[in-house]
Structure formats: structure tokens, C-alpha cells
Design a protein around this ligand. Structure first.
Ligand SMILES: Cc1ncc(COP(=O)(O)O)c(C=O)c1O
Length: 353
């Protein structure tokens, strides 16, 4: 594969530009979902197809990792150490990008695999990452210590680790969706729209942090709305503000991040992280049948379901256009195909709004 281009990231006045590798296939398409919009009524729904940001590395993580891995290379690291759930899209993207760039990858995963590795976990192995799995309780209690222990082990082998936090959601990762907002600004011009609402799934907060700051920095009037897939709204507001504050300080960005509204809805988490209810699977089926667009049960399915539910109940009634950022996650659907069938993804009756 040709060497990725590298160089400085987005130029914003007065900002120390971060290093960036060009890894994603950008710009991603921006498309209206007119059949679905007609079915639901209310604002016209548009989708930013970040699920097409690459083939197997697809999704939102590649946008953040363009900056994170550039930083790792600048610090002369040769091994990426990161963490997430067994079906983490972020870990899969890191594993594949590490292979593409000739970097070692160590994954610290939450959960105990049973049977043949499936979905993202299968791809982690295929990409040659070293996979270390821990029971959920131990992972939660010893998270930092486990990452530190694996970094130390890597160092003892004469390699140079670079630790990436969950979801690459930190000051560096914020750049991924700040930069994506330049693309959205161009998409809006091309489509002749001035949307006030941009919706995304929010899991570790980095996508929402980047969108929240990026929409302001690019002079757009839209507000980012995060649909929580795990923790509650208060947790996300704190996380997004903390990541934005450290991003602002690290890069000298002239933006009062504390004054930015962080809009989070936490009514669509269901039974917990990666556990989708029937309603979510039915929405996944509806969107696939109506638009040929595939969502996943962990992130985009929950978020899209929440967006449709809010639209039907009038939250965005003043919006003419509403934008959904499709952040990828396809492989997670395969890992839950049994639940999808049992949950009614194929059942038409009663699913339409
Ligand atoms: C497919 C997908 N969508 C959305 C998200 C949420 O993004 P973030 O972690 O930046 O909140 C993630 C990761 O957590 C993801 O894998």
C-alpha cells in the first residue's frame, strides 16, 4: 500500500496545527434519506456516510486515528496500545491501521470471548494484533494498571509503546471531527441547506466533542446532539467538556469551550452498552428496507432510533433539515445477528412509524 501522506492538520487562525496522516477516504458522501423522511414526516433527514471512510477500517475512528497515530509516529513509537470492548470498532480500526503502517498493536479488551472470534474481534486477530482479554469487572477496576503493565512489557521487549485511550477520545482525537466539520460545511453548501441539528452516537465522547467545537469553529449554525449508548447525560457532558478543555489548552485554540452547549440524550441506552432492545432492531430493519442503509445495534442503530423517536415526538419540529453522522460499526451487527433476528429486524408489521 502507498505510504500515507502526512503533514499538518487543519489550519485555524492562531492554532498550533497537529500532525496528521491521511488514512481515510475523504470526503465521505452526504446524502438525503427521502423515502424515510417521507415515511416519518418532519425534517428532511440527511446522512454523512462516515461508514464509508474506508473499507474494513470504516467508521468514525479512522478520522481520529489520523491525528492520534500521527502523534504516535512523531513521538517515535512503534507499537500502539489501546483498549475497548470485545467488539470495539476502535480496536479493530487500530489493529488494521497498525498493520497498514507497520506498527505493532496490543489490544486490552473487556470481556471473555466464547467460541470462534466474530465481527471486530475476528478482524483484530486477522490483522495480527496481540489480543489480551479480561473479565469485565477486572478490566474496569484495573483499567489503567492493565494498560501500564502492557506498555511496560512492550518496553521490556525493546519496543516503544504509545497508549491510546478508549475510543481515541482525548485532546488529540478531538481533531478528527473538528476537521470533519470543514467537510460538513462544504456538504451543506453543495446541498443548499443550513441545518440546525447534527446527530451522532456518543460512546466515549470524542466524536461529539469534535463536532461540538468544529461546528462553531467553522461558523455553522448547527448544534451537535449526542445519543448516549452507555453512560448518562451528565457523564457525557463532563467528558466532552474535559476533552475540549485539554484540546483547547494543548493547541491554543481561541474558543471558549466551557461556554459550548453539550446536548446529550440518554433515553435510548436500553438495558446497557451493546444491548439493544426490539425497538432498535426494528429501526435497523426499517432503515435497511427503506434506504438500503445498514446500522449497527451498539451505536448507530440506537442513535438513529433515538433520533426518529425524538422527531416523532416533536423535539426537532422547527428544523427543516437534520443530519445524522453514520459513524460505522457494521461488523458489530454480524456479531449480534442472532439477537437481530430474535429482535424483529426482519419483521415488517408494526415497525413502520
Ligand atoms: C460505530 C461507532 N459509532 C459511534 C461511536 C461513538 O463515538 P465516540 O467514542 O467518539 O463517542 C463509536 C465508538 O465508541 C463507534 O464505534
Amino acid at each position: 500500500m502507498p505510504a500515507p501522506q502526512s503533514g499538518a492538520g487543519p489550519t485555524l487562525t492562531g492554532v498550533r496545527p497537529p500532525p496528521r496522516l491521511r488514512l481515510a477516504r475523504l470526503p465521505t458522501p452526504f446524502e438525503p434519506l427521502d423515502r424515510l423522511s417521507a415515511l416519518v414526516g418532519g425534517p428532511r433527514i440527511w446522512v454523512k456516510r462516515d461508514d464509508l471512510s474506508d473499507c474494513a477500517v470504516s467508521g468514525n475512528k479512522i478520522r481520529k486515528l489520523e491525528f492520534t497515530i500521527a502523534q504516535a509516529r512523531q513521538e517515535n513509537a512503534d507499537t500502539l496500545v489501546t483498549c475497548g470492548g470485545l467488539q470495539s470498532n476502535h480496536c479493530r480500526a487500530t489493529a488494521l491501521l497498525g498493520a497498514r503502517l507497520g506498527l505493532g498493536v496490543e489490544l486490552v479488551l473487556r470481556g471473555e470471548p466464547s467460541g470462534t472470534p466474530d465481527g471486530n474481534l475476528f478482524l483484530d486477530h486477522l490483522a495480527g494484533a496481540s489480543v489480551h482479554c479480561y473479565p469485565a469487572r477486572r478490566y474496569q477496576q484495573e483499567h489503567e494498571a492493565l494498560l501500564a503493565a502492557h506498555s511496560k512489557r512492550v518496553q521490556a521487549q525493546g519496543r516503544r509503546p504509545f497508549v491510546i485511550p478508549t475510543g481515541a477520545s482525548d485532546a488529540i482525537g478531538v481533531w478528527g471531527y473538528v476537521a470533519a466539520c470543514a467537510e460538513l460545511a462544504e456538504d451543506f453548501v453543495q446541498a443548499g441547506i443550513d441545518p440546525r441539528v447534527v446527530v451522532c452516537a456518543t460512546g466515549s465522547g470524542g466524536t461529539q466533542a469534535g463536532l461540538t467545537a468544529g461546528l462553531r469553529l467553522h461558523g455553522l449554525r448547527a448544534e451537535a446532539w449526542g445519543m448516549a449508548v452507555c453512560d448518562d447525560a451528565a457523564w457525557f457532558r463532563n467528558k466532552v467538556h474535559a476533552d475540549l478543555a485539554s484540546w483547547q489548552q494543548r493547541y491554543g485554540v481561541a474558543l471558549d469551550t466551557a461556554a459550548l452547549a453539550v446536548n446529550v440524550l440518554d433515553d435510548y441506552i436500553g438495558a446497557g452498552y451493546a444491548q439493544a432492545g426490539q425497538d432498535v432492531f426494528q429501526t435497523i430493519g426499517l432503515v435497511a428496507r427503506t434506504e438500503g442503509l445498514v446500522l449497527d445495534p451498539v451505536y448507530t442503530g440506537k442513535a438513529f432510533h433515538g433520533m426518529l423517536h425524538e422527531m416523532r415526538h416533536g423535539r426537532f419540529r422547527d428544523a427543516k433539515d437534520i443530519v445524522f453522522v453514520h459513524t460505522g460499526g457494521l461488523f458489530g451487527l454480524f456479531a449480534q445477528r442472532g439477537q437481530a433476528l430474535a429482535g424483529g429486524a426482519l419483521a415488517v408489521a408494526g415497525a413502520e412509524p
